[in-house]
Design a protein around this ligand. Sequence first.
Ligand code: SF4
Length: 423
Amino acid sequence: MSRPAVSMAERRPTRRIHIGSVPIGAGAPVSVQSMTTTKTADVEGTLAQIYALAAAGADIVRCTCNEEEAAEGLAHIVPRSPVPIVADIHFHHEMALAALEAGVQGLRLNPGNLRKEAEIKQVAAEARDRGVPIRIGVNAGSLHPELYKRFGGATPEALVESARMELALFADVGFEDVKISVKASSVPLMIAAYRLASETFDHPLHLGVTEAGPPPAGLIKATAGIATLLAEGIGDTLRYSLTADPVEEARAGRQLLEALGLRERKGLDLIACPSCGRAEIDVIGVAAAAQRALEERNLPLQVAVMGCVVNGPGEAREADIGIAAGRHKGHLFIKGKIVRVVQEQDMVSALVDEAEKLVAEGIEARLAAADVGAEAAAEADRRALLERKGTDVNHTGERIDHIRRAVASGQRAGGPGEGDDAR
Ligand code: SF4
């Protein structure tokens, strides 16, 4: 329900392509991709993972096509998949041709390991005739050795040049239905390469930090790179490359886009205060219980769990709904307005109950249904807490008194004596 009040940088204009039914570029919503980890020949196992990825937020799923059995698996998978399928191709151009025969909606070629011009053109011509887009997927780790030598390493210029050379080969057969990635595991390198790519090409860009590793460090690296570029208006589709269950990749991609206001909220956004000396409850425990209960119900809300009523409702007034603790009670609020005061042990159940009603009935109706006297009761609790704890929750004044007393008694006992050396 909540929308960011400030919008992101204007998106850089690009061409439009379609991976099956999913538009990419030219103002289309930024799409989320992930990749299966099953053997593609295992049709049922791969489909189960594709369904899980789609449920977690993936708009497009990539499967490896590394052998004939994988291509045959794709022929079964593509018609039963809930989302378009891209075949990932390395080294063997015949696998790209086989994947096209299987009916995939997109190909990914790595120019670093599929290098024969005639083969690249053959794949591009076949993709052109079938109306299937190709991602030119450049990777710093598998850059063409000649480019590595010419540029003295995997520089941003070298990555972009690799994509440019592949594009030129495609152009020779009249094929331009392309998106581009210039991934690296180094975040600064990846950012610089994509900035240069966005200045060089008007094709849509697929963002990613390759081999980001396991969470949480992998999540942080991928987010640092992808979010920086999205905030500059660069990027049309993305993938988190995590050493983890790919469902985590899809979920992270979706959550990042929702956090940046680039996609409609589909699920829960739980915000919780970090807790401090004022907290009246175990914020971590209550937030975790609320998250579990709300995620089960898949409610598209921003929900706040705040440790105290002194600051909680005010600080979280932008949240659709929230709860703050105070004097063994829970203060339930909608858009910062207290609507109910419940017993502390009922905080989570009351929050979930009200969240469900909020989704069903809307904000105005639930504000109108607020308990009479809830605001006054909450204000009384807030004042009582302020009086009890005052404003100096960290006891800084008390500490300063102790310091002053300690210094004064030290001076009375005698300062540095004669002959003391202060060096
Ligand atoms: S809401 Fe209350 S408990 Fe939570 S951080 Fe703010 S002052 Fe501390």
